[in-house]
Design a protein. Structure first.
Length: 159
């Protein structure tokens, strides 16, 4: 899923009242594809910026991140908490993931502004700072997804 229309379709297909591991896998795949695009952008700085890729990423970033977070917080996490009500480690992990969601969403807003500026050819963007921002963001998203896949989506939901 590498286009804004595909991401919009994914988000519109989001199950509202049930956990779908198939949907979550597609959402994770879309996030990882966006991370790969962000890494390509970071690698292209400062001299070989693909402006179109920057604009695509800027347009897709906030809807995708926020949409997946809403699904996790409104559907997935409550079910996990219900199925494993007495699991203190799970409760702590979910609280940490929710906090990471807030951080990621704030970071996504700043990054969207930077990507938009890069995409429009703004020469005032500090390429080194933009590279650090991009890498910090996509590495955080990748870690978040890896944690969910390894520790949270095993057990009661996988069966």
């Amino acid at each position: 899923m590498t286009d804004h229309t595909g991401i919009a379709r994914l988000l519109s297909d989001r199950p509202m009242d049930a956990v779908s591991l198939d949907w979550l896998k597609k959402a994770h795949d879309a996030q990882l594809a966006l991370c790969a695009a962000l890494e390509d952008i970071a690698d292209s700085l400062p001299a070989n910026i693909n402006r179109q890729k920057c604009m695509y990423a800027a347009k897709s970033l906030i809807p995708l991140v926020n949409g997946v977070h809403r699904y996790e917080e409104e559907t997935l996490f409550p079910l996990l908490e219900k199925l494993r009500a007495h699991d203190g480690e799970l409760t702590e992990a979910i609280a940490r993931l929710k906090f990471e969601h807030v951080e990621d969403e704030c970071f996504a807003e700043e990054l969207t502004d930077t990507l938009t500026r890069l995409g429009s050819g703004d020469a005032g963007v500090n390429a080194e700072a933009a590279g650090y921002m991009l890498r910090g963001f996509f590495e955080s998203i990748r870690r978040h997804i890896a944690f969910e896949q390894q520790f949270m989506l095993r057990g009661p939901l996988a069966s």
